[in-house]
Design a protein around this ligand. Structure first.
Ligand code: ATP
Ligand code: MG
Length: 458
């Protein structure tokens, strides 16, 4: 890998050369321009990933270059150098959609951190684009449907973590698809030919749960009328899906930790440990940080399990997937009936999109199946859609014990999301018009939209 293609723009030739020299550490592809005009010429002639530009230059300045770049190459990231003490300039730069800024004088490390971060994002974006193209053909990734950016990122990370045998924690609200993710990890992994078995402690009394997981000798507990191998042994060479991790009793958590540490299990009533080779994928519908705080999950176990993590976004944050999934479930529901509906009306769809979906994809599936049965015509209308009452209130019990900064970030993110969604809805998805309405530049809005993982028509 030769690194990102960078263009450095500064009228001070020595300074520009100095920056280029430092960048030699991360990339072999560097061009230097000493004016905006020169920069634009270079940009027209070849492809870049990143522009680093001074703001203050004779003639056209860095901000005008920023605007020009965003008009013509919206994906290109621009980092601006601002003079020391002009915090307003830095703020203005970010507002106008700059990727980041560096206050002159800056040291090499600061520069490299920003360039490395940008490069990583660029590579991730390329990967996501490839996945998007693949999905256009296969429709789903091992049964996971979705075009939402964050879902594509989930699929991408499943691909990345599948080859390893390290444990994975999957976190997502109920019905977001955690089990599907576990199955996809297994299917993508070298263990795909061995079994994937699921365990749910919530469904069993403690002793039975232990026997189910680790096995038991005949007579080890009341009702143990024969030897049991247990899921660890049965899933040997494969994957064990531990559903509802928080519902595991503490004692069992301790035993699971030991099994992970030692690579062997001790069946109930036996004194001979059995070696096991199983990959663990554990699911939780409560945020791990909260589980730890409330003592429902042993810290040592969590750190052992969460070598890799997958976080599933709630359905209400994947607006564009709602339509896609609704149509998928309609297609599936249409299998049985005599003259099933084949479409969802725009008004019904709007209802679906504005619902909060506390039960996420599973809830959507139920709503559509029911609508398909109730519907008399070919098209599902608003009257066929029966939704649980939306809880319009803020859910303080969820947020009030978060750290202040995190709570603030969440509130802000939610605000931005709603704000952007409304601006986009009011302008029919036109980014430029929505930006004007919101009083920010198109590029800045584009950044926000991207950071929130929202999709636009552009
Ligand atoms: N992205 C998706 N594409 C297609 N179907 C999905 C998707 N996500 C979830 N589903 C479907 O929604 C239902 C719920 O998914 P799943 O059981 O994986 O959720 P979960 O997160 O394990 O839920 P819970 O926390 O209640 O156990 C399943 O029928 C699943 O097939
Ligand atoms: Mg589940």
């Amino acid at each position: 890998m030769k690194g990102p293609r960078v263009l450095v723009v500064d009228d001070q030739k020595d300074f520009a050369r100095g920056v280029a020299l430092v960048l030699g550490e991360v990339t072999t592809s560097i061009e230097v321009a000493n004016s905006v005009e020169e920069a634009v010429d270079l940009l027209e002639g070849q492809t870049f990933d990143l522009v680093l530009s001074d703001v203050k230059m004779p003639g056209r300045d860095g901000l005008s270059l920023l605007d020009h770049v965003h008009e013509r190459w919206p994906r290109l990231r621009v980092v601006l150098f601002t003079a020391y003490g002009t915090i307003e300039a830095a703020v203005a730069a970010i507002k106008r959609g700059a990727y980041d800024y560096l206050t002159k004088p800056f040291d090499d490390a600061e520069l490299l951190v920003i360039v490395r971060r940008a490069y990583k994002e660029i590579l991730d974006e390329d990967e996501i684009e490839r996945l998007r193209a693949e999905l256009a053909e296969t429709r789903s990734f091992h049964g996971i449907y979705g075009r939402d950016r964050r879902m594509l990122q989930v699929m991408d990370s499943i691909r990345r973590i599948a080859p390893s045998a390290a444990p994975v924690v999957v976190w997502g609200e109920s019905g977001t698809g955690k089990e599907l993710v576990a199955r996809a990890i297994h299917a993508e992994s070298p263990r795909a030919r061995a079994p994937l078995l699921a365990f749910n402690a919530a469904a069993l009394p403690d002793t039975l749960a232990e026997a189910e997981l680790f096995g038991a000798r005949k007579g080890a507990y009341t009702g143990a009328d024969k030897d049991r191998k247990g899921l660890f042994a049965d899933a040997s060479g494969g994957t064990l899906f531990i559903d509802e991790l928080p519902s595991m009793p503490q004692s069992l958590q301790g035993k699971l930790l030991r099994a992970l540490q030692e690579g062997e299990v001790l069946p109930l009533g036996s004194s001979t440990p059995v070696r096991v080779d199983v990959r663990i994928v554990a699911a939780t519908n409560v945020e791990p940080a909260r589980l730890l705080r409330e003592g429902r999950l042993r810290k040592d176990l969590y750190y052992r399990l969460s070598v890799m993590r997958v976080t599933l976004p709630p359905l209400r944050e994947r607006i564009e997937d709602i339509g896609l999934l609704a149509n998928l479930f309609l297609e599936r529901a249409a299998g049985g009936g005599t003259k099933p509906p084949t479409r969802i009306s725009p008004r019904a769809l709007r209802l679906l999109v504005s619902h909060d979906w506390p039960g996420n994809v599973r809830e959507l599936q139920n709503v559509i199946e029911r609508a398909a049965v109730m519907c008399r015509g070919e098209e599902i209308g608003p009257a066929d859609i029966v939704l649980e009452d939306d809880d319009l209130e803020w859910e303080p019990e969820d947020e009030d014990d978060l750290a202040y900064e995190e709570a603030k970030r969440k509130v802000l993110e939610r605000f931005q999301r709603r704000f952007v969604e409304r601006a986009m809805a009011e302008t029919g998805g036109n980014l430029a018009a929505a930006a004007r309405r919101a009083g920010i530049t198109r590029a800045a809005l584009h950044r926000i939209v991207k950071r929130l993982g929202m999709e636009t028509d552009e």
